[in-house]
Design a protein around this ligand. Structure first.
Ligand SMILES: [Zn+2]
Ligand SMILES: [Zn+2]
Length: 442
């Protein structure tokens, strides 16, 4: 990368691009800002890890939680391999058929108007995602970490984009898709750096901008944090609409009822099942519907958002769920995670030249790998068998050259790790058998 594009990539992370360099006539010309941000994500996460370690003497990211957050980020983008994002497709349809005016694409006014419009719509996307249970079922993924660091930013929902596009449609009556496509990406990217505990206070900027301080409150499960600070880039919307809260007591992060699980599909989908079961406990149609359409804390006889005083009290002494697991398995999990990250990256780089079937197959493989790693972290009894199965799939893919065009450099280490996996599986089975015998003896 030349200096110019590095500088532009870095500035895109903080919404520091000028209208001049980020206005385009055609949607096809709009850069894939989010896709190109990967090196900056990694760089900032490493920086946070180092600075955090120097400041606190302990790692600010744990392996189990960090892998789960990054996996959620990967899963959330898998549908984009097979289709264009919902947001842009629906937007272009409205623009093509129903636009009322056509704001000039090359005007700074249009650019700033779109900036405000997208951020305003994001506020409502986000508020509805918290206040309507069936939308919360998607968005809770982002809140499911009990830690707060840059990896948490990437813990995204795979189902949320399938509903959030509706909220942006009014803009399609006037704003060209190419300008919208820039801002919808930059708005998301801005929200990366605010997921950190290392930046405490930014002075006067706290008045206007959404900052780490404000967004920490948003991720809290303390009573004063619930349903507060929905803003994307600007915090003024919360101040205007009465949802603003200043950081006060020590924030305890995560869901009101922490899931204490790292298995990736469970993290993504468990709340839908929970809602379904909750609705079945009610007899009337109105209560059943309210389960899905009112707030997640709603119960019959309560106001729309329920009573947050019913939630478990937060004392500030809560310790995040962090399972103890052996160092070799941790190293094994990290190495395999990095390998699948490479496969995932290559898949996105090559999606234009690969057949739909290959993409589908590889998507399945990525999902299988992330699921298996989640099983390992959760230490589920079936994890060894699933991991062995995954290794066999991986070997088959290698044998039939599915992975080689994607990552020639991956082949040798993968085969080496397949052998290691088998070794791990054998040791794991022996160890759990021994442990089982020991438990029985006790
Ligand atoms: Zn949220
Ligand atoms: Zn967040």
């Amino acid at each position: 990368m030349e200096y110019d594009s590095v500088s532009r990539g870095a500035r895109a992370m903080f919404f520091m691009l000028t209208p001049n360099e980020s206005s385009f006539e055609k949607v096809e010309d709009v850069p894939q800002y989010v896709q190109q941000a990967t090196p900056f994500f990694v760089g900032l996460m490493v920086l946070e890890l180092v600075v955090g370690f120097l400041k606190t003497g302990a790692p600010v990211i744990t392996i189990s939680d960090g892998i789960t957050s990054l996996s959620a980020g990967m899963v959330s983008r898998l549908p984009l391999l097979l289709m264009r994002g919902c947001e842009l497709s629906a937007y272009m349809h409205v623009w093509n058929h129903y636009r009322l005016v056509e704001l000039p694409w090359d005007s700074a006014w249009t650019w700033w108007f779109t900036f405000l419009g997208v951020d305003f719509c994001y506020y409502w996307v986000h508020r509805f995602a918290h206040e309507v249970a069936v939308l919360w079922a998607a968005h809770q993924v982002h809140h499911s970490s009990e830690y707060y660091n840059l990896t948490t930013a990437l813990r995204q929902s795979v189902t949320q984009p399938f509903t959030s596009w509706v909220f942006y449609l009014p803009m399609a009556l006037a704003v060209p898709p190419s300008i919208f496509a820039v801002h919808i990406q930059l708005n998301l990217l801005y929200q990366f750096w605010i997921h950190t505990e290392l930046i405490r206070d930014l002075g006067p900027l706290e008045w206007i901008l959404n900052t780490p301080k404000h967004h920490r409150v948003h991720h809290g499960r303390n009573l004063y944090c619930i349903d507060k600070n929905y803003g994307g880039i600007l915090i003024i919307w919360d101040r205007l609409f009465g949802t603003f809260a200043q950081e006060a007591d020590k924030v305890v992060y995560g869901l009101v009822f922490p899931i204490k699980r790292f298995e990736i599909l469970y993290v993504q989908l468990h709340y839908y099942l929970y809602l379904w079961k909750k609705s079945k406990t009610y007899k009337t149609i109105s209560n059943k519907l309210s389960t899905f359409l009112n707030g997640p804390s709603w119960k019959p006889g309560k106001r729309r958002l329920g009573d947050h005083n019913d939630n478990p009290k937060v004392t500030g002494k809560e310790v995040p769920h962090n399972p103890r697991w052996s160092l070799p398995v941790q190293i094994y999990a990290v190495i395999h995670f990095l390998l699948v990250l490479k496969t995932y990256h290559d898949l996105f780089e090559n999606k234009m030249i690969l057949s739909q079937l290959t993409i589908l197959g590889m998507t399945g493989y990525v999902l299988l790998t992330l699921t298996s790693l989640g099983f390992l972290i959760d230490q589920r009894p079936s994890s060894a068998v699933l991991e062995l199965f995954r290794c066999v799939v991986m070997m088959t893919l290698l044998r039939y050259n599915y992975m080689k065009p994607l990552a020639p450099s991956l082949a040798v280490p993968t085969e080496a790790f397949v052998s290691l996996s088998l070794l791990y599986w054998a040791l794991h089975s022996i160890a759990s058998q021994l442990l089982g015998i020991k438990k029985k003896a006790n």
